[in-house]
Design a protein around this ligand. Structure first.
Ligand SMILES: Cc1cc2nc3c(=O)[nH]c(=O)nc-3n(C[C@H](O)[C@H](O)[C@H](O)COP(=O)(O)O)c2cc1C
Length: 221
């Protein structure tokens, strides 16, 4: 067991008079995020991706185990293979594996089994959850709250990319086992999300959908 060692907290407070303005500005910025499915091939510098992944890496996690791996792919050949793997799964999904109820729920998004953006977009970030880890001697160690931790880190990542001026698509071709081999990840890792990153294509359209109001999503007791 590791010892409990402390250090002073570095807490950068915000003057009270500025707090609501900062919160409102962040809300306005986040309200402009939309999932994009029509990407341009305009390149994105690797450094921007690295910075966003660093932001993801600051996320809280169960027992600080940081049970995530972010595989950042810009190589055209690998993107092509990922597209082929995803479209194979998606063909089966849309041809019946999903079931009528799921396909009905997706109908308003206009999605289908064609995923050209997996090749067009400059970056794919395959996000893996480490179901278990290894200690310094290579012994298997249990990880706690893995999906919760990886979900939070992914939220940080999406927000960081959006804030940097990039568009994303949270893609989940199911099942995603094919990504382990294509990304060279070990068996203890499970692909959770394939994040597509880049710029929207000129004239890109998105589904006309809205978000639930505060009254519907929050209760104050
Ligand atoms: C866990 C998760 C999985 C998703 N999987 C897909 C997907 O496989 N394909 C897709 O086109 N969109 C996918 N989406 C995107 C959602 O459809 C999208 O977030 C939702 O319609 C709301 O739109 P917005 O992101 O523009 O607010 C996924 C989103 C989440 C959070």
């Amino acid at each position: 067991m590791s010892p409990y060692v402390t250090m002073p907290l570095v807490f950068e407070g915000v003057p009270e008079a500025e707090m609501q303005g900062r919160a409102d500005a962040f809300l306005a910025r986040m309200r402009k995020r939309r999932t994009v499915r029509d990407f341009s091939d305009r390149p994105v510098p690797r450094e921007l991706i690295e910075t966003a992944v660093r932001v993801a890496g600051t996320a809280p996690s169960g027992a600080n185990q940081q049970p995530w791996s972010f595989v950042c792919i810009s190589d055209a050949q690998r993107k092509k293979l990922i597209r082929e793997g995803a479209e194979e799964e998606e063909r089966a999904f849309y041809a019946g594996r999903a079931g009528e109820e799921w396909l009905d729920a997706l109908a308003h998004l206009g999605t289908d089994d064609q995923k050209p953006f997996l090749e067009t977009a400059p970056w794919l970030i395959a996000i893996f959850a480490q179901r278990w880890g290894h200690d310094a001697e290579g012994n298997r160690i249990k990880h706690y709250y893995v999906p919760e931790s990886v979900g939070i880190a992914t939220g940080f990542l999406i927000a960081a990319l959006h804030d940097a001026g990039l568009a994303t698509l949270t893609h989940t071709p199911a099942p995603m086992n094919f990504l382990n081999e294509l990304c060279g990840r070990p068996d203890n890792e499970k692909a959770l999300i394939l994040l597509v990153v880049g710029y929207p294509k000129e004239g890109c359209l998105v589904p006309a959908i809205g978000k639930k109001p505060l009254e519907e999503i929050a209760t104050f007791l």
